[in-house]
Design a binder for this molecule. Structure first.
Ligand code: PLP
Length: 392
């Protein structure tokens, strides 16, 4: 039996998405920049996809630009804003995705900016007072703070941050890769400057994403070419990816409530099963245990009696795919967990669910963990050590 419980890394393609993109692999193959009938047909499909994305997010179609994924969109938002507005100060946090942290680091190494890291509380939540102090000291900052954390699931109050951005004449980019398709957005009601999405996180194809650029901006492109995407991003459009992205997003918002409720129940079920599993010392990282303050699809767990690295491998040997952190940081310990203050146990496992997971699969995963715990000689030694440490 194979179980996939790593949906924050990527998700399975939705059958409705496959159906929508198939014609663009066969009969409808033109280049959207061609002016003849074959090009026009495909250009119409790309335009329709842009309108669909704009409609579900309540943005305007002119504010949506397609990219190869969230990483590229993030690079465009950060570097584009820095270059366009001569920004010399960026505020971010140590638990952002590497696409954000590495882009900022490169700009810092090039001498373009200075970086400040906002303080986080022990569960990884942004300290808004500290953020305000940083902005007061450095107005006209670029703020790069994510909406939903891909490892511990923490949700950030992006509207509160946006108010601070406005108060201190700053620009706000939020990495919404994990929340697009899972949370409602009404972009007509916010002045957030940039946000991003990636189709493969919401049952669309890999290699397709978008950036929302608030209509008050036009930023310097980072990929130059034939002037596609109104000059914001050169390169022939990934038509199947774009059509698939729009269909996946449409389906995600059509079914959002039902999927949210189902996934909430899966998470609660797993927590209740782990509580009676007999595996000692289980604790939850960040806010992932909470249904309100965290993405409902992410549960980040420490098993102090089991080495997380070997638990991921043992589960994999049993056909269960989970992750020790994010897929991109699967080597070495997680920079997110390491950045959490007071985090005693640095090893962690991320279970991440989607609409296709079932309660039977959760039963199977918990049974597998219990089996590994009982057969692992180290677990019992650790159990005694764990209680010894607690008692002392
Ligand atoms: N930002 C976050 C929060 C993510 O979870 C990911 C993917 O794991 C990315 C950015 C990068 O997305 P992509 O795979 O589309 O480049």
């Amino acid at each position: 039996m194979e179980i996939y419980c790593d949906n924050a890394a990527t998700t399975a393609l939705d059958p409705e998405v496959i159906e929508a993109i198939l014609p663009f692999f066969t009969a409808t193959f033109g280049n959207p920049s061609s002016t003849h009938w074959a090009g026009r047909k495909v250009k119409d499909a790309v335009d329709d996809a842009r309108k669909t994305v704009a409609k579900v997010l309540n943005a305007s179609a002119e504010e949506i630009y397609f990219t190869s994924g969230a990483t590229e969109a993030i690079n465009l938002a950060i570097s584009g804003a820095i270059e366009t507005y001569d920004i010399n100060h960026v505020v971010t946090s140590k638990i952002e995705h590497k696409a954000v942290l590495q882009t900022i680091l490169q700009r810092e190494k090039a001498g373009d900016i200075e970086t400040s890291f906002v303080k986080l509380d022990e569960r990884g939540n942004v300290d808004l007072y500290h953020l305000e102090n940083l902005l007061r000291a450095n107005p006209q900052t670029l703020i790069c703070l994510m909406h939903g954390n891909n490892e511990i699931g923490n949700l950030t109050d992006i509207h509160a941050i946006n108010k601070l951005a406005q108060r201190y004449d700053s620009i706000f980019f939020t990495d919404t890769t994990q929340t697009i398709g899972k949370q409602w957005f009404d972009l007509s009601q916010t002045t957030i400057d940039f946000l991003v999405g990636s189709a493969h996180k919401f049952h669309g194809p890999k290699g397709a994403g978008f950036i929302y650029i608030n209509k008050k901006h036009r930023i310097k492109a980072q990929i130059f070419g034939g002037g596609q995407e109104k000059g914001q991003r050169g390169g022939t459009e990934n038509v199947t990816g774009i059509v698939g992205l729009a269909k996946a997003l449409e389906v995600a918002y059509r079914d959002l409530e039902a999927n949210h409720n189902k996934i909430c129940k899966l998470k609660q079920y797993m927590v209740s099963k782990l509580a009676i599993s007999g595996v000692h010392g289980i604790c939850y990282n960040g806010e992932s245990h909470s249904l309100e303050n965290s993405l409902v699809n992410i549960l980040n767990v420490s098993f102090p009696c089991l080495a997380a690295g070997s638990l991921v491998k043992s589960l994999d040997n049993l056909g269960i795919a989970v992750s020790g952190g994010s897929a991109c940081s699967s080597q070495g310990s997680s920079h997110v967990i390491t950045a959490l203050p007071c985090q005693k146990d640095k090893e962690n496992i991320r279970f991440s669910f989607s609409k296709v997971n079932t309660f039977d699969e959760i039963d199977h995963i918990v049974r597998a963990i219990v089996g590994i715990y009982h057969t692992d000689p180290v677990a019992h030694n650790s159990y005694s050590r764990f209680h010894y440490e607690l008692a002392n």
